[in-house]
Design a protein around this ligand. Structure first.
Ligand code: SF4
Length: 251
């Protein structure tokens, strides 16, 4: 039966995203960008989910959101229901597109994700751009705060978040790089061809380890988003010293 307005969120049992797994053994959720904080510089300005095949789903979800004029909490309820319908056979990546921009919406989604983790015993991970949601809301879900420049890292670390960092240029190598304030940047192993998939890598699925070691996952623009991302980030000097001058490549 077709519902109207269409839901602004869905979950897939077996994601075809080749980055997540090579054999479609990761589940995933997709949510309208109405759930994303307006403070995210990449929203409508270089977000990877606005490119290629992903953009087909992103557009459809955004249209559903426009029709339903949903609140962040209503969107979260749709997502939570979709998560509860998953069988629990696979690791779960939340928010291929989407986020939780209010504390209440984060609680709704976090409850469903923590339930999933408990009933399935699988790994559950996601990322957030929200500035206002305390880390404890997410419980046992592995969540990385997506930062747009190094100046955010220490503040977010002190709020309890492990961090990811969007960098404006391609990685120069797979080697870790020294960042400000004692952080170490790890170029995403998938992007530097050191792993076949997130499922094999697993770094983002253990935010406690990343937080304890002050490790930051670095994401370079992909899917041809480099120009837009550089514009959105205003080419902040966040990467290795042979490109921008403020970092040192470690041995
Ligand atoms: S660091 Fe690993 S788990 Fe995280 S996005 Fe890259 S490949 Fe996936």
């Amino acid at each position: 039966m077709t519902t109207y307005p269409p839901p602004p969120a869905f979950a897939v049992e077996r994601s075809g995203d080749r980055k997540l797994s090579t054999d479609r053994t990761v589940s995933a959720t997709w949510v309208s960008q109405g759930s994303c904080p307006d403070t995210c510089s990449l929203k409508n300005a270089g977000c990877y989910a606005e490119t290629g095949k992903s953009n087909i789903h992103t557009k459809r979800l955004n249209e559903a959101h426009a029709l339903g004029n949903f609140t962040p909490e209503q969107i979260a309820e749709f997502e939570a229901k979709a998560i509860r319908r998953l069988k629990g056979k696979y690791d779960l990546r939340a928010h291929i597109v989407g986020d939780c921009k209010t504390v209440e919406s984060a609680k709704i989604v976090a409850d469903a994700l923590n339930e999933y983790k408990q009933r399935s015993g699988k790994r559950v991970w996601t990322y957030t751009h929200a500035l206002n949601v305390p880390r404890k809301v997410w419980g046992d879900v592995s969540i990385l705060r997506s930062c747009e420049n190094q100046n955010e890292l220490l503040h977010e670390h002190n709020r309890g978040y492990a961090c990811a960092l969007v960098v404006p240029e391609p990685h120069v190598s797979h080697k870790p790089v020294k960042l400000k304030d004692g952080f170490t940047g790890i170029p995403c192993p998938f992007q530097v061809k050191k792993t076949a998939s997130c499922k094999d890598c697993g770094l983002c699925m253990n935010d406690k380890h990343l937080h304890a070691k002050k490790l930051v996952i670095m994401f370079a623009p992909d899917h041809g988003t480099g120009k837009k991302v550089r514009k959105a980030l205003q080419i902040l000097p966040v990467i290795a010293d042979n490109q921008c001058g403020n970092l040192t490549v470690t041995a």
